[in-house]
Design a protein around this ligand. Structure first.
Ligand code: IPD
Ligand code: CA
Ligand code: CA
Ligand code: CA
Length: 275
């Protein structure tokens, strides 16, 4: 109870919790604790660290912010202790304990802890921390996107033909076939495609022009909550197709000048359709 914390206050909590979570993920990888099971399909893996890290985040938030609720990839929705149900305090945290689990499993240094805070359903603060490199992206609504003390701006590229476009694929085989057709149709029209393996990091890289744009079908809230705020605070337009908001059908993050040409290509290729 008490008054709603500011986005800056929520970000400070998020940063502390995400750093400890990333340390745990790093340590478990170094110790070789990488027991994997599968979830929705045989390609959809979960490691012991995914679960341990999310448990640690849940415990830390339960101590620091007991009335808040939390949505996480591995344990789902955890209602806060507040008397008013799932959003007793009005604050909900959204956690992806390890975004880029396949990279984590293979020891590829490109995976992250993603933690965002929503107030009354809108993301107001977020942090994405690379488990291996310690690179850390943060944003608050209206307060800009930041890494290493630098305010981030997205790419100024205006020509889709020279744009480096990141994307990703889901775990379902039928969806992947459709996503592969979309990529096949897009690749003649862009500089190149990147499939780096962590949606939250893709959005953060777009926030500083290390890729020009990003799109993906099938993301969950935990994949895009923190990274989406980082991207939009860095000047990207983050939306779906045909005026829809970014969501499970499609997340498209592009600088203003690239948004329409990439949107129209993706719409022609039915990127938000299919299984
Ligand atoms: C996955 C990664 C991947 C993206 C998938 C996500 P996970 O998240 O972000 O890059 O293409 O759609 O599910 O399972 O590694 O947390
Ligand atoms: Ca996963
Ligand atoms: Ca994820
Ligand atoms: Ca994950």
């Amino acid at each position: 109870t008490g008054s709603t914390p500011t986005p800056q206050e929520l970000l400070a909590i998020a940063i502390d919790v995400a750093r400890e979570a990333a340390d745990t993920a790093y340590r478990m990888r170094a110790e070789g604790v990488v027991v994997a099971a599968t979830k929705s399909t045989i390609t959809d893996v979960v490691t012991a660290a995914d679960r341990a890290v999310e448990r640690q985040v849940l415990d830390a938030l339960a101590t620091l912010r007991p009335d808040d609720s939390v949505l996480g990839e591995e344990y789902g929705e955890e209602p806060g202790a507040g008397a008013h149900g799932a959003t007793g305090s009005g604050v909900r945290w959204i956690v992806d304990p390890i975004d880029g689990t396949v990279n984590y499993l293979y020891g590829l240094a490109h995976c992250a802890v993603s933690l965002a805070a929503e107030v009354d359903g809108a993301v107001v603060a977020g942090v994405v921390r690379n488990v291996f490199t310690g690179e850390e992206w943060t944003a608050t609504v209206g307060g800009g996107a930041w890494r290493a003390g630098q305010r981030l701006r997205c790419s100024t590229e205006t020509d889709l033909g020279q744009a480096l476009v990141a994307t990703g694929f889901g775990y379902d085989a039928a969806r992947r076939s459709h996503q592969a057709r979309v990529v096949a149709g897009l690749i003649p029209h862009v500089r190149d495609i990147r499939r780096l393996g962590a949606a939250a990091l893709d959005l953060c890289l777009a926030a500083e022009g290390r890729v020009d744009a990003y799109f993906e079908k099938g993301l969950a809230a935990w994949d895009q909550a923190a990274g989406g705020l980082v991207a939009s605070e860095a000047g990207l337009r983050v939306a779906g197709l045909r005026g829809l908001p970014a969501g499970p059908d499609l997340v498209l993050a592009a600088p203003e000048a690239l948004f329409a040409p990439l949107h129209d290509r993706l719409d022609d290729l039915d990127a938000a359709g299919g299984p």
